[in-house]
Design a protein around this ligand. Sequence first.
Ligand SMILES: Nc1ncnc2c1ncn2[C@@H]1O[C@H](COP(=O)(O)OP(=O)(O)OP(=O)(O)O)[C@@H](O)[C@H]1O
Length: 276
Amino acid sequence: MSENCTHDCSSCGETCSEREQEQNSFRVDLGAHSSVKKVIGIVSGKGGVGKSLVTSLLAVNMKKKGHNVAILDADITGPSIPKAFGITNKAVGSDFGILPEKSKLGIDIMSINLLLENDTEPVVWRGPIIAGTVKQFWSEVVWEDEDYMFVDMPPGTGDVPLTVFQSLPVDGIIIVTSPQELVSMIVGKAVKMAELMNIPIIGLVENMSYVTCPDCGKKINIFGESHIDEIAKKHNIKVLDKLPIDPNIASACDNGIIESISENPIPNSIEAIENL
Ligand SMILES: Nc1ncnc2c1ncn2[C@@H]1O[C@H](COP(=O)(O)OP(=O)(O)OP(=O)(O)O)[C@@H](O)[C@H]1O
């Protein structure tokens, strides 16, 4: 225990024997009509690396394999999941709780944008309110018979990731990175946080890893040589997939038709999740 212990583990990043026992005491129960078998967090050390894209691709490809899939969009101040799936309807309530919206393929989705009257309104809320909203998404939404729930986290290691790791029974996380400088430090932070919270790391996905020349098919590393394999080795974790920069992916996201992408660009991540 730290010398400065305040006995409030919710705001502490230290590992100590007391923490292990405390870990489960922050858990929030699912609603009475919900059932979720596996919870997978998608995290990134910094913004804009494609975390929401990877979350969406994981959900779509797991759904196509016949699993019941849900996405909890925990990125309250920068939600992008509804847009990628072309969802404009608002969520409605029932006697049992808030009903998630269904995507075209039948993925259950909950995001703050499904509750705001106008989805261009900024969410200007204090951390505890944002974290409370994420907990409500878990406990007050009717998640019916879900095999896999993917939680799209905000970037970094702030309040919401801490809340999700403490309140939800997360079975593992996938860390999304891009091949730029600083990646070593950023991955290191995400790994350290997962270790502190006792959350297994399923592996890394490197997004925007390369571009394929449309004329000759050559792979071009536009951000320079990637160091992801060395970084993964250093932390003893796997690099699951490397995703290219692909204008078709960008346009599918922007046009709300992410489910129309026919190939699976993240096969190893899907396999690792199915093997959990
Ligand atoms: N591999 C890719 N090829 C082409 N475009 C991509 C790729 N990955 C992400 N993008 C585009 O980059 C933008 C940011 O992606 P995304 O929203 O998934 O990032 P994020 O890490 O979730 O961002 P934030 O930190 O804001 O939550 C989106 O417009 C997306 O379509």
